[in-house]
Design a binder for this molecule. Structure first.
Ligand code: OOG
Ligand code: MG
Length: 254
């Protein structure tokens, strides 16, 4: 039986050495509780190394993402200070980076469960456009839900957009349009409702999930609500652009 400590150690080594591993579920039955325990060990390891937890991320909250990854349930992970990036990726820092457009929330106060779209919006100080950088520590991004949970939901980085808006100044987050381009050509389009019907519903999902263990989302957290479209690979020379209605454009290149 592989325990959370061994899982965290294997994932940490994979990230450090840029050597992807096969998913644990190929060999063992991994339950979600053990997977989240391993995830938290990885977070603690980075905190011991001098980083801070700056927020959280939701994953697999849109149909586009669930279908492309073959996992049909949302999950969450944690964002660390070292993950805040400008748009210029150093390709060698990653195994096989991918980029995906997201709507990010900055919480002005603590968000505890029970939470709803309304309570999320009233706790939100600002919304931003974002591009999340994913880098699965598993070969070919192949995993089942417990594997990707343990791997901190493939989190590797986040590039925030240039515009911060009060949530009620954005006409309607459900209708907020996003155009994703690679080398200038449109590869996907989406609106905010792609994420659980309303991106704030993803943040509420996280608050309600944490409430099950008596936790809340701390004030000042950045919360990524989940990819609106499927993710695109970022190889050397790739330029990915995500344009958001009213929230500006985020560009990422390697
Ligand atoms: C898992 C992480 C999913 C999202 O926004 O859906 C995620 C993955 O696709 O590797 O971050
Ligand atoms: Mg994401």
């Amino acid at each position: 039986m592989v325990d959370a400590t061994a899982i965290a150690a294997a994932l940490s080594a994979a990230a450090r050495d840029k050597k992807p591993i096969t998913p644990f579920t190929d060999q063992i039955d991994l339950d979600l509780e053990t997977a989240y325990a391993a995830q938290w060990m990885l977070v603690e390891e980075r905190v011991s190394g001098g980083e801070r937890v700056i927020g959280a991320k939701l994953g697999l909250t849109s149909r586009a993402k669930q279908q492309s990854m073959g996992v049909h349930e949302p999950l969450h992970g944690w964002l660390l200070s070292g993950m805040l990036l400008d748009g210029a990726l150093r390709r060698d820092d990653y195994i096989h980076p991918r980029a995906e457009p997201e709507i990010a929330f900055l919480l002005g106060r603590e968000l505890a469960g029970p939470a709803s779209v309304t309570s999320v919006l009233s706790a939100t100080e600002a919304v931003f456009a974002a591009v999340e950088i994913l880098d699965s520590r598993y070969e070919s991004f192949r995993f089942l839900l417990p594997d990707v949970v343990a791997d901190n939901a493939s989190a590797a980085g986040v590039v925030l957009g240039p515009v911060s808006r009060r949530p009620y100044d954005v006409v309607d987050l459900r209708l907020l349009g996003c155009v994703l381009r690679v080398q200038g050509g449109v590869v996907a389009t989406a609106a905010g409702a792609a994420v659980l019907g309303h991106p704030a519903a993803a943040v509420a999902w996280l608050a309600n999930r944490l409430a099950l263990s008596g936790r809340a989302i701390p004030p000042g957290s950045i919360v990524l609500s989940g990819g609106l479209t499927e993710a695109v690979p970022v190889e050397r020379g790739t330029v990915v652009t995500a344009e958001f209605d009213g929230l500006g454009t985020v560009e990422v290149h390697a």
